[in-house]
Design a protein. Sequence first.
Length: 129
Amino acid sequence: MSRQAKSARVDTGADAGPLSLSLGELMGVEVSPRSPEDAKADRKPAPPRELPGRVVLSRETKGRGGKTVTRISFREGAPSDAEDLTKRLRGALGCGGSMEGDDILLQGDQVERARSWFESRGVRVSGPR
């Protein structure tokens, strides 16, 4: 049987503690360190989220077993990401909601709360108060 050659040892002397070595140094690969600021600079900024120019709010109960829903319709073009807008509205208002065609349906009578949410973001709102 032949003997295996011993591999080179990593120096763990007083000046190079085991925690001061990077994985690249241990594996013998040269890697330049990057600061967190460099990593943030490499990220692309998120595209601005577009809100519609005007929304129309309405309350509906017909065909829903007596339950009230708030319908949000868009008059000046639907937003670029209506699903994301629905998700943000559900989280901000603390209610359920879904998409029906190009409109957003929120569970319950959320007209006043939705009106204040849109108005605080500079969107024109029409419909019941």
